[in-house]
Design a protein around this ligand. Structure first.
Ligand code: UDP
Length: 329
């Protein structure tokens, strides 16, 4: 059945890959974005509402009484470092913006929301693998705002007004280069695009943040998940909500951990040559190891990550070469 979904932040990295998946599943999509970090080219062919979610009056005038079968909520600021420098921007955009969106959602009668959350809500891990029962204790402002957004959704669910799933992503990576989609942040802070931008010849330093962690090769271990696997999980989460309702928090990860050095080596294999890098000091707030237990998503959504690290890096490399061409224009 074809349904009509609102995707806030649909011009961004993960949101634009979800839009692809929704269109492939023959749903109708309306993208809401302020284009502060998203890309216009990523929304080509879709209805776009350009609005800043901090502006309740503008949101109301654009959306009130329109019908959507559900909302996928991605619109948020998402840089950990920036969140320490501009905490109020993060609280206004992420927390107040979500309150505004939910206000209009309730006034308009949209009852289903899949929310883009993060493993950053867990803070410093106290276990080798992180399940949803792990205590939440964010160690940066970005994580604090995402946790507040989850709690807001939970409160609205308890009121009886909204069925919701909060998806706590581990490290989203990879791309859909055949559909001209991929990661493009300015500034870029993430490991895989940073490595591949260096490999593509950008005049930039590539630094490994610390090689003295208590891990086998001394560098941090993370759980990388293909953005197309993430997109599928969102679709399944929305379908489950329509069927069963409820309020759920689910981890999305591959359950495999790779060190920074292993990622660098895998990139070198894909690119076919060594990539110049240096070892620098640890980055503040980086835990040594963050790996998901994603079994709850397996049980509730019948979902698991299917794409390998090789597929993640090959797709990201294809996209990086296309992105370089777009950037040069
Ligand atoms: N990292 C690195 N150099 C970079 C970017 C990241 O060594 O240029 C490391 C970072 O310290 C972390 C891992 O790579 O251990 C993944 O970082 P990323 O920023 O991609 O994601 P995060 O885990 O912080 O969400």
């Amino acid at each position: 059945m074809s349904l009509h979904y609102l995707v806030t932040g649909g011009a961004g990295y993960i949101g634009s890959h979800l839009v692809l998946a929704l269109v492939e599943a023959e749903h109708r999509v309306t993208v809401l974005d302020d284009f502060s970090t998203g890309h216009r080219w990523a929304t080509d062919g879709h209805e776009v509402i350009e609005v800043d979610i901090r502006d309740l009056a503008a949101l109301r005038s654009a959306l009130l009484h329109r019908h959507f079968d559900g909302v996928f909520h991605f619109a948020a600021k998402s840089l950990v470092g920036e969140s320490a420098q501009k905490p109020l921007l993060y609280y206004q955009n992420n927390v107040s913006g979500t309150a505004n969106l939910l206000e209009v959602a309730l006034e308009s009668g949209w009852g289903h929301c899949v929310f883009s959350s993060t493993a950053a809500v867990y803070g410093s891990p106290q276990a080798r693998v992180i399940a949803e029962e792990h205590p939440v204790n964010p160690v940066n402002v970005y994580g604090e705002t995402k946790l507040a957004m989850e709690q807001m959704l939970s409160a609205v669910h308890k009121q009886g007004a909204m069925q919701a799933v909060c998806l706590r992503y581990f490290n989203a990576a990879g791309a859909a280069p055949d559909a001209h989609r991929g990661e493009w942040h300015e500034p870029e802070t993430h490991l895989i695009p940073n490595i591949l931008r260096k490999a593509a010849g950008e005049d930039r330093a590539l630094t490994i943040f610390g090689d003295d962690y208590d891990t086998p090769d001394g560098t941090c271990i993370r759980d990388y998940i293909h953005v197309l696997d993430l997109a599928q999980a969102h679709l399944k989460a929305m379908t489950m909500l329509h069927r069963e309702g409820g309020f759920h928090t689910l981890n999305l990860g591959s359950e495999a951990g790779y060190s920074v050095r292993e990622i660098l080596e895998a990139c070198e294999t894909t690119v076919g040559r060594p990539i110049t890098h240096e070892i620098g000091p640890r980055r503040r707030g980086d835990p040594a190891r963050l790996v998901a237990d994603a079994s709850r998503a397996g049980q509730i959504l019948d979902w698991r990550a299917t794409r390998s690290l090789g597929e993640i890096i090959e797709s990201a490399w294809l996209w990086e070469q296309e992105r370089q061409n777009l950037q040069a224009r």
